[in-house]
Design a protein around this ligand. Structure first.
Ligand code: AMP
Ligand code: TRP
Length: 359
């Protein structure tokens, strides 16, 4: 029985600075996955324009942010030669497949997406159609490569479930045609063996930093859009700024607990312990073994030193790279060309499956 080739795909929007949540929840794990997998990492510029122009900043800002996020990938250790790094809009097949998925996904499925509700806010009537259809484009990003694994932070879980629902419905709606054209891959669905064209992609979510919280409020996710810069550590922050933000991070007044259960109901303490664990590739229990019973006056300076040691080299590389626009652009061009070959292979099959005439 043949199976889908393992392939890792993920993306980040070029909407402002990357922060510690993006790094620990996503990019740092992408770096680790490069070791044993083929990987495609994408700067999703088409997703970035789904909100008002005043939110994403306009054309010059989009170009600047696309280069800056690419620089962050490279500075963090992503290997654009062994793997593929590019900006989404270069590979037209993403948008082409997204149209097919607009016709597969149901209104009811998209109506349940919490990210749309959060981003659209109260004035839903005024949200763009693109913001509503955003998850279909995300499914297309992944499935145009028939990617099997997608490493993301916790907040993307619902979108990946939708991606699986779209793949499943496509496979079922066109099952006869897929079989007739001999394009199916035998997969197990419960007790049954079926012929699938798209894989049911596995989310790769987890670890101690799947959801990094704001440094000002342990109940809110660390985000690019928080008005307070003290709420997040940006990947471009210098050493003093990183230390200052950790020193000023909100905490309670108790020492760290001596067991991990003691972190329940202490969101700020839990968050800082999770960050420490992720930066040292251990788990929260390991951090508690070392720091249990200690005051924040001891733990925070240790965390600040650690964060500076791990992040400052990335920041300095990031400050250097975007200045070299020609280099960044050549990475994206080269990655885009290699991605397009793979994407076109899938799309030729999709056009045949759906019934679009082509040469
Ligand atoms: P975005 O900036 O929304 O394009 O997110 C890029 C990646 O970072 C996605 O995989 C997100 O799930 C992840 N991410 C964003 N914010 C956080 C956070 N606070 N904690 C963990 N992961 C995050
Ligand atoms: N929606 C993701 C986010 O906001 C970004 C994204 C777009 C993505 N396409 C993707 C992530 C495909 C993983 C795979 O973080």
């Amino acid at each position: 029985m043949s199976t889908f080739e393992p392939l890792v795909f993920s993306g980040v929007q070029p909407t402002g600075n990357l922060h510690l949540g993006n790094y620990l929840g996503a990019v740092r794990r992408w770096v680790a996955l490069q070791e044993n997998n083929n990987c495609i990492y994408c700067v999703v510029d088409q997703h970035a324009i789904t909100q008002a122009v005043s939110v994403w900043g306009g054309p010059a800002e989009l170009q600047r942010n696309t280069r800056e996020v690419t620089a962050a990938f490279l500075a963090a250790g992503i290997d654009a030669e062994k793997h593929i790094v590019f900006n989404q809009s270069r590979v037209r097949q993403h948008a082409e497949l997204a149209w097919v998925f607009n016709c597969i996904a149901r209104m009811g499925w998209l109506n349940r997406m919490t990210q749309f509700k959060d981003k659209a806010g109260k004035d839903r009537e005024n949200a763009s159609v693109g913001l509503f259809a955003y998850p279909n484009l995300m499914a297309a990003d992944i499935l145009v490569y028939r990617a099997t694994h997608v490493p993301v932070g916790e907040d993307q879980k619902q979108h990946l479930e939708l991606t699986r629902d779209i793949a499943q419905k496509f496979n079922t709606d066109f099952s006869d045609r897929i079989a007739e054209l001999g394009l199916g891959i035998e997969t197990q669905s419960g007790d049954e063996t079926i012929q699938s064209f798209f894989p049911l992609t596995e989310p790769v979510i987890g670890g101690p930093a799947a959801r990094v919280m704001s440094l000002r409020d342990g109940t809110k996710k660390m985000s690019k859009s928080d008005p307070s810069d003290l709420s997040r550590i940006n990947l471009t922050d210098d050493e003093d700024t990183i230390s200052k933000k950790i020193r000023k991070a909100k905490t309670d007044s108790e020492p760290l607990p001596s067991d991990i259960e003691g972190l329940n109901d202490r969101p700020e303490a839990d968050n800082l312990v999770g960050i420490y664990a992720a930066l040292t590739d251990t788990d929260k229990a390991g951090v508690i073994r070392d720091f249990g019973g200690q005051q924040f006056s001891v733990f925070k300076p240790a965390l600040a030193d650690l964060a500076v040691a791990k992040l400052a080299p990335i920041a300095s590389e990031m400050r250097r790279l975007p200045a070299d626009t020609a280099y960044i652009d050549s990475v994206l061009k080269n990655g885009g060309e290699r991605a397009a070959i793979l994407a076109e292979k899938t799309m030729r099959n999709v056009r045949d499956i759906v019934g679009f005439l082509q040469d």
